[in-house]
Design a protein around this ligand. Structure first.
Ligand SMILES: NC(=O)c1ccc[n+]([C@@H]2O[C@H](COP(=O)([O-])OP(=O)(O)OC[C@H]3O[C@@H](n4cnc5c(N)ncnc54)[C@H](OP(=O)(O)O)[C@@H]3O)[C@@H](O)[C@H]2O)c1
Length: 254
């Protein structure tokens, strides 16, 4: 495969970090993005991941930004500056907010949409010319089961709205760019294990209930989700676009 430059957002832990690890090899350049924690505490984790990716033969750089500040477009400029092109994007950064309507403020709702849907929009808008010119233009957005259902009594209204909007935007952009060979797909994880540094919206007991509510009897590992993302980025998935793949141990079946 020719050189590929890939932007992965939310790479300081969990699904984003697992995705970077799977993608890292010679010929691949990775812009690994994260906020670095609310207080900068996760900056070392992203810097150390970049070291790991380089050890595997990839080119890699870390970029820190808070996507609630509308900084997503800068990632595309940074990738072009560092590696000369952008071929693929994994729009993964996000979080789950369990606050119910009634308690949910408009500011919290807006923030969920800005960090997840808004960042996805900015990334695809800014990178579109480069993706269309690439021989392997690919976009994968990480959605969520919460856009489709509310298992184990868990409700995340702002997250559900932001993720459902991502899926709609992805389908529309898939139709727009299919003629240029770009594919745009979503991966919708079920309940997925958080690293200790991850941002969990559930208690220990709720994670146990989540595993019990999942037909496979376990929650996903970040690597389960990363495998699906890697597939959508690969040459093997060149004719698949506009799809949402649920990687959830059967959660979407019940
Ligand atoms: N885990 C699950 O059960 C589950 C289920 C369905 C969907 N998902 C989705 O999967 C994606 C990855 O989640 P994960 O489980 O891997 O969680 P995680 O380990 O907490 O990782 C989330 C990543 O997103 C970044 N992020 C969060 N808010 C940000 C902001 N305002 N600006 C920039 N970056 C921000 C975090 O950066 P820092 O930590 O460095 O600040 C981190 O790198 C998310 O979109 C999530 O909604 C997860």
């Amino acid at each position: 495969m020719a050189k590929r430059v890939i932007i992965v957002t939310g790479a300081s832990s969990g699904i984003g970090a697992a995705t970077c690890r799977r993608l890292a090899k010679p010929g691949v350049s990775i812009v690994a993005h994260a906020r670095g924690g609310t207080d900068g505490a996760k900056r070392p984790a992203l810097n150390s991941l970049v070291g790991e990716l380089r050890d595997k033969g990839a080119e890699a750089t870390a970029v820190f930004s808070d996507l609630s500040d509308g900084m997503a477009a800068d990632l595309v400029s940074e990738a072009s500056k560092c590696f000369g092109q952008v071929d693929q994007i994994v729009s993964n950064a996000g979080f789950a907010l369990p606050t119910l309507v009634g308690d949910l403020t408009r500011a919290e709702f807006n923030r969920s949409v800005e960090v997840m849907t808004g960042a996805f929009f900015d990334l695809i808008t800014t990178a579109r010319p480069q993706l269309e010119a690439s021989p392997c233009g690919r976009i994968v957005a990480v959605s969520s089961f919460v856009a489709h259902r509310s298992p184990a009594g868990k409700l995340f209204p702002a997250t559900a709205a932001a993720k459902a909007a991502i899926e709609g935007l992805a389908r529309s952009f898939a139709a727009q760019t299919a003629c240029c060979g770009v594919t745009v797909n979503c991966v919708a994880p079920g309940f997925t294990r958080k690293e200790s540094s991850g941002h969990s919206a559930l208690s220990e007991g709720a994670w146990r209930a989540a595993a019990e509510a999942t037909p496979s009897g376990r929650i996903a590992e970040p690597n389960d989700i990363a495998a699906a993302i890697e597939f959508f980025l690969s040459d093997s998935a060149a004719h698949i676009t506009g799809q949402t793949l649920h990687v959830d141990g059967g959660l979407s079946l019940v």
